[in-house]
Every structure is written in C-alpha cells, then in structure tokens.
Design a protein. Structure first.
Length: 424
C-alpha cells in the first residue's frame, strides 16, 4: 500500500522500544511493532506460556490514540514524564487502555501520527476492501497454529466466537465445497468463497434477478427502475450511472454501464444504499428552542466502568461517555479524606475517584464530539464544607465554561442548545 512509503509508517514497521505503564511501581520496557500487513500491532511479552495471538492486537480494535497525560493511568502514574513523550491507545471494547512512554518526542509523534493515518485509511475503505480486511482479520483470529490456513476445527471455533450459528454438518458441507485444493484447509480465495456462501442473502438475489438480464447484469435503465420503484429515489436517472462507477468491481460491466450482483450488494451495503439519510449525520434539527424542549442523551452512574457493587470508578468512564456524544453525566458526590470530595456508588465497594479529577476530565472532553452544552447531574451527599470545595473546583477548573447565570438575563426559560454551546 502507498501508506508504507510514509515516514511515520516506516518507523512503525521498524518498531521501537516503549515503556508500558501499569501503576506507580510497574513501568517496563517492551518492543512494539506494526506488522507488515499494516493492520496489526505486535507487542513483546515477558509472560511465560503466553499464546502468540495474545501478543497481537488489531488496528480495527483501536478507538482513539491520545497524546500526553490524557488517561487516568497517565495522570496518576506518569506525571514525572514530559507530556510530549506520552501517549495512550484506547480500545473499543472493555480492554484496559495501553499507556505508553516513548524515549523521545519524535518517537511519540511517529506513533501518534502513524496510528492516526492507519485508522483513517481503514475508515475510508470501500466495501471490497472491507471484505478483504474482514477475511484477513478472520484468518488471523481463527488461525491458532499460525500456518496461514484455516482447518475445519479452526473455522468452527471462529464462527462460535463471532456468534454465527451454523450446525456442524452445514459447516462441513460448505468447507468441503470451498476446499478446491483438497488440502483439508482453506486459504486466500477459498476463505473468501466460504464467507460469501455463509453470508448469502437470498432476498437480495431475488431482487437482483427481478431487475437483471439472463447474463447476470443489471443495466443502467433497470437500476433506474429499481431506484424509482423500490428505493423511491427522486434523482434516479442522475444517480444510477454514478452508482455503477462507484461500486461496480467488474470492469467489463462498468464499461457497459451495468451492475453485477457483487456491485449491487456493495451499493446496498454502502452509505448510498443505507435507509439512514446521510445528511442527518450532522445536526439538522432546530437547536434554538429552550433546553427543556429536547430529549437529552444521558448517562446514569457515569463513573462506573463495570458492575454497581464492586467495580472500579474511573474518570475514563466520563471521557468515554462524553466522546460518544453524551450530554448529561452523573456525579455521586460524597465527603472524602483531606477535605476533598470523592465520587463513587454510595454504600457499595466500588472504588473512589476525586471530584476534581472528574471535573478536569469534563473540561477536557466535553466538547470533543459535540459543541452542545453538557449538564452535570450532581447527586450530592456532601457536608456543607465539602460542597464549598465542590463549588470552588467547578469555578476554578471550568472557569468561563460554567454557566452560572441566565443567558441574556432571561429568567423565565432555559437557554437554547445553540446559544449555550460549549458551556457546562
């Protein structure tokens, strides 16, 4: 790929030593390297008997890469290290953040920029590329013995892992059909064919047959008919030729201004074929009404990372909620030691976090995803003295962000989301 010529990518492909941070007493040097596929990261492990696949994680699993002390772990355990050498990898699932320290600012920048470029490239892939990427990820996860082939047992294990229910007889039948090389293992095109058979959509075949000719091509005129009759697209005459050029993988069909079933499926799975109106990805509603006229995306017990009885409380939970677009977060506030209020689930064994740390996290992440105001829902169990400390933290940390008086002196109604953008 052209990405491999990029200086940041070259650095990642070569790999580098990074300090992995887990606690104030656990900082260990580990080697990290981007694999040649530009889709996975290999991480060195000193653990005995650690399986090879546990040393690899997919770029697809990364939700965010943050520079500096932008996670709870970095804030607590790496304050002695300059921010320009620090970065964190945040995963999409419940995996713990990977907090890392580079040996220099340049090394940190290579990792941060390089990962951002690969993630952006992955997000911009078309349907054909996504299929190929899925096949690669599928093979990597299923291929326990790392021989780049997939046995029937590996295949069945993987299907269970991704919640695809297929009985053993049916799986074996498809496997044998796809095993053209008769090697008792699938590779490359055989895996792709297995995927296609497994995910066959008979209802789509039926629609395609209705609008295609005997040779298996849907003409531009018939695509226009489909867009009018089934999709109810108003600009079908203009849209049809553009859709063929955009989604048809078969060059012969494309030159003939027609669509094959593969191209048709790619179109249906794309944004153009989505029932969701893509123009609505941005806020399109009237945002000038009083706040009380809207439903607000809210989070309950925001501070909890896991269960409500013994799980950890974390500022990371607030960061995740806010970056997903949540506009109302909950803070259960209790008297803490050293006159510092804490947040936790009262009368349980959940861990405690400082009120001030949560307010800092809200300040830093409230408006990364959405410019509209954030509501802090305070469940206040604090004494008057610690309530004063809470008020002080909110005013000193949030400063001008904190909305403390009616907007434009209007006391009779709430301000609108539009006029109260970037306020708390």
């Amino acid at each position: 790929s052209g990405l491999k010529d990029d200086k940041d990518l070259k650095f990642l492909l070569k790999g580098s030593q990074l300090l992995k941070v887990k606690s104030s007493s656990w900082r260990k040097e580990r080697f990290y390297k981007l694999q040649e596929d530009c889709k996975t990261i290999w991480q060195e492990s000193k653990k005995i008997l650690r399986s090879p696949e546990s040393q690899i994680f997919s770029i697809e699993d990364i939700r965010d890469v943050r520079s500096g002390h932008k996670t709870e772990g970095m804030e607590k355990y790496a304050k002695d290290i300059p921010e320009y050498r620090c970065f964190s990898i945040i995963f999409k699932d419940q995996r713990k953040n990977l907090d890392l320290i580079a040996s220099s600012e340049d090394d940190a920048n290579h990792w941060i920029s390089g990962l951002a470029k690969i993630i952006a490239h992955s997000n911009s892939m078309n349907q054909k590329q996504k299929l190929q990427h899925w096949i690669h990820t599928c093979l990597r996860k299923a291929d326990k013995n790392k021989d780049n082939k997939m046995s029937l047992k590996e295949l069945k294990d993987f299907l269970k892992e991704v919640n695809i229910e297929v009985d053993d007889y049916h799986a074996k039948k498809i496997f044998q059909h796809c095993d053209k090389s008769k090697t008792e293992a699938l590779e490359d095109d055989e895996i792709e064919e297995f995927y296609k058979i497994l995910t066959e959509r008979k209802e789509i075949d039926k629609i395609f047959q209705k609008y295609s000719d005997a040779e298996g091509f849907m003409s531009c005129q018939n695509l226009v008919r489909f867009l009018y009759e089934t999709q109810q697209e108003e600009d079908a005459v203009v849209a049809a030729p553009a859709l063929i050029q955009r989604y048809e993988p078969n060059e012969r069909a494309k030159r003939g201004n027609a669509m094959t079933k593969d191209g048709f499926l790619m179109y249906l799975l794309s944004d153009d074929g989505n029932i969701f109106n893509s123009s609505h990805r941005k806020v399109y509603q009237d945002m000038t009404q009083p706040l009380s006229h809207y439903l607000v995306s809210s989070s309950h017990n925001t501070y909890l990372m896991e269960d409500q009885l013994t799980g950890p409380s974390s500022t990371e939970a607030y960061i995740r909620a806010l970056t997903k677009g949540c506009r109302c977060v909950e803070l259960d506030c209790w008297d803490g030691p050293n006159s510092e209020p804490v947040i936790y689930h009262g009368y349980t064994l959940t861990s405690k976090i400082l009120f001030s740390d949560v307010i800092k996290a809200i300040k830093n992440y409230a408006f990364k995803t959405s410019p509209y105001p954030v509501i802090i829902s305070l469940e206040n169990h604090c004494s008057v003295d610690q309530q004063k400390v809470m008020a002080q933290h909110m005013t000193t940390i949030l400063q001008d962000m904190l909305l403390v008086a009616p907007v434009d002196g209007n006391k009779s109604q709430f301000p609108s989301p539009e006029v109260s953008k970037a306020t708390v």
